[in-house]
Design a protein around this ligand. Sequence first.
Ligand SMILES: [Zn+2]
Ligand SMILES: [Zn+2]
Length: 68
Amino acid sequence: MPEPTAKDLIEKGEWADCWICREVFRRRRQTLRYCHKCERGFCEGEHGNFSRGVGMCIVCGVRKADRR
Ligand SMILES: [Zn+2]
Ligand SMILES: [Zn+2]
């Protein structure tokens, strides 16, 4: 079976790791928010935003904003 994504875990009611904390800061922080685009977890407010039921990590959010 493939590794469950943060989306899979959070939809089951489990905590997932923020991927930005893990990849960029080499630390582990858990979250109940996941990015709608890349399906990875992020810290709400710090590494992403959640509005109208849709979460987006800063990396996906920045990429979208760049494409004006
Ligand atoms: Zn984080
Ligand atoms: Zn993302």
